[in-house]
Design a protein. Structure first.
Length: 210
């Protein structure tokens, strides 16, 4: 097979009408790195190959140029999955498991489910574009702490949960939108306690909706 990985990535990206920069942002890598992948100057690691195959809904074998068949093997399609609720919103004071605003269900693998408790949340607004768009769904691992650079679900005061990139400092925490037209919001350590500012979970997967 003469075709190479980079050619397939570029072809699939163009089929989705995505620029190289937009596509790179979706996977938190630089456009220059994505350019090297598409020019076959570098090879993505297996974790990135898996994420791309899920995004494009093709098999990893197809991206790795081991087959001309794009589809996911039937053995994977029939593998038992775990359904988790897609929530339209999460409000302060209401445990995630008690939220009744379930708008859909998503499926995760049994292997993933064994890593902890998960739920899904529908993206609202434009503050996290271009990576997260209105109507997209994020898969969230429930946890009360995250690291700088993580994308998290955060509750501030009595407002609905928001999706933001986290930056921690000794003075407090910043909630950073990916859309440059929106400003970051900083909370001091005392504000975190008083409002409060609460981490609900870490975003571990994005499922784009078209």
């Amino acid at each position: 097979m003469n075709e190479r990985i980079g050619n397939r990535i570029k072809s699939l990206r163009l089929e989705r009408n995505l620029t190289q920069k937009e596509f790179a942002n979706m996977f938190d890598i630089s456009p220059s790195t994505m350019g090297m992948y598409e020019q076959n100057r570098r090879v993505p690691d297996i974790d990135l190959i898996v994420k791309m195959s899920m995004f494009f809904n093709v098999s990893t074998d197809y991206l790795l140029c081991k087959t001309y068949f794009k589809g996911i093997p039937s053995s994977r399609l029939h593998k038992k999955g775990i359904k988790i609720p897609v929530l339209g919103k999460v409000q302060a004071g209401v445990p995630v498991e008690a939220v009744e605003d379930i708008i859909d269900y998503e499926e995760i693998t049994e292997e993933m489910a064994r890593q902890g408790d998960f739920f899904a949340l529908q993206v609202r607004g434009e503050s996290m574009e271009p990576k997260f768009s209105e109507g997209d769904v994020v898969i969230v691992l429930k946890q009360s702490t995250v690291e700088t650079g993580d994308i998290a679900i955060v509750l501030v005061n009595s407002n609905d949960a928001t999706i933001k990139k986290i930056k921690r400092t000794e003075q407090g925490i910043s909630l950073i939108p990916l859309n440059p037209t929106f400003d970051p919001i900083f909370f001091t350590n005392s504000e975190i306690e008083e409002l409060p500012v609460t981490i609900i979970g870490k975003v571990v997967e994005l499922r784009c909706k078209f």
